[in-house]
Design a protein around this ligand. Structure first.
Ligand code: NAD
Ligand code: ZN
Ligand code: ZN
Length: 365
């Protein structure tokens, strides 16, 4: 099959022929229909996530089941599925406590005694990213990485639910459960941030403020539910937010992953409010915060991982939200592209020129 392989950090992905194994026990072979491109893939290319190479990135997929291995009971050929990196074991303390997205087993691949799922034409073993590796025509996944969805859901839009949209919606609806009427700020209007704006609208938040450096994103943000927008290239975006919220917002979602915007997000949070960190900083970076802001103003800082999801419950629900008109996904997709255009998509992401970009694959073998 054709796949985009990360051979080295800070270099374009290489389109290569790759061998994918047959499904083993508990595994499902999926024909990839679409894969969203998430900023975390770019962070990995730029060395901000410690991943060995060669590796196939891509973790926001939808597709159709082709074959299942022994013991697979949840899926059958022809099923439409979304893949998610939050695979969970069902038995650890996090799974038992209803927080399966924290399950420590989520990145475990096949046992070391078994052949690798992915191999290059020259025999190199290729790391599968998060049990998915969706920048490829086929995916071989444990069944616990997948959820079945309705056949009437378009697969290119379904793909977005696997990471970005689930992360943004879930940060609002699951991690901090924003109450109706609360004031919300979303810093960074990429795929994740625009989904957080939609989550705030769906839950009935009061003021919803979108912040970005790319003013063209504000039309989109307004369509998704923003009641005001702040251009972060302006003089004082923190003051602008304070003016719109009478002294700071109840909830501020940082959806970029930069030191200065994390500090801005804390400053935009009002007394007693909560800053929610969704953007992922490169590993090892730290953010200086004036802790008196936390003690004397009782601000809280919460991290949000993958929208605190239970994805087999959340994703079918978000599919219903889309099909009944509450969740807008059509406008989230700023471009559809072929696999061999993936490097151009990362260039556009670096410049902030896209909302969500989706790789679509030709149907059939
Ligand atoms: N917590 C999680 O589980 C999780 C899951 C998925 C993605 N993420 C992270 O979320 C972040 C966003 O991902 P994405 O795919 O939406 O990214 P993206 O690149 O699509 O969007 C980032 C947005 O931030 C804007 N921006 C950049 N610098 C800015 C600044 N200084 N001020 C204001 N706006 C600025 C850009 O214009 C763009 O609209 C990334 O860090 C990604 O790794 C986290
Ligand atoms: Zn992601
Ligand atoms: Zn577990």
């Amino acid at each position: 099959m054709k796949a985009a392989v990360m051979r080295a950090n800070h270099a374009p992905l290489v389109i290569e022929e790759v061998r994918i194994d047959d499904p083993g026990a508990g595994e499902v072979l999926v024909k990839t229909a679409a894969s969203g491109i998430c900023h975390s893939d770019l962070t990995a290319i730029e060395g901000g996530l410690p991943l060995p190479t060669p590796c196939i990135l891509g973790h926001e997929p939808a597709g159709i089941v082709e074959a299942v291995g022994p013991g697979v009971t949840d899926f059958a050929p022809g099923d439409h599925v979304v893949g998610c990196l939050s695979a969970s074991c069902g038995g650890c303390k996090f799974c038992a406590a209803g927080r399966p997205y924290l399950c420590p087993s989520q990145f475990e691949g096949r046992p070391g005694t078994e052949p690798w799922r992915l191999t290059a034409a020259n025999g190199d073993l290729i790391l599968q990213f998060a049990n998915l590796s969706s920048f490829a025509e086929w995916m071989l996944c444990p069944q616990r990485s997948l959820v079945k969805i309705r056949d009437d859901m378009p697969l290119d839009r379904a793909a977005l639910l696997g990471c970005g949209v689930m992360t943004g919606l879930g940060a609002v609806l699951n991690t901090v459960r924003v109450p109706a009427g609360a004031s919300v700020v979303v810093v960074g209007c990429g795929g994740v941030g625009l989904a957080a704006v939609q989550g705030a609208r769906i839950i009935g938040a009061g003021t919803i403020i979108a912040v970005d450096t790319q003013a063209w994103k504000f039309d989109l943000a307004r369509r998704f539910g923003a009641t005001a927008c702040v251009d972060a290239t302006g003089d004082d975006p923190i003051r602008a937010v304070h003016d719109l919220t009478a002294g700071g917002a109840d909830f501020v979602f940082e959806c970029i992953g930069l030191v200065p915007t994390v500090q801005q997000a804390v400053a935009m949070t009002g007394r007693g409010g909560t800053t929610v960190l969704v953007g992922v900083l490169p590993f090892g970076q730290t953010v200086p915060i004036a802790t008196t802001d936390l003690t004397l103003n009782e601000k809280r800082i919460a991290g949000s991982y993958m929208g605190s999801n239970r994805f087999r419950f959340d994703i079918p629900k978000y599919v219903d939200f889309y099909l009944d008109g509450r969740l807008r996904l059509d406008e989230m997709i700023s471009s559809r592209l072929a696999l061999d255009q993936v490097n151009e998509a990362f260039d556009r992401m670096r410049k902030g020129e896209a909302a969500r970009q989706v790789i679509v694959f030709p149907r059939g073998r």
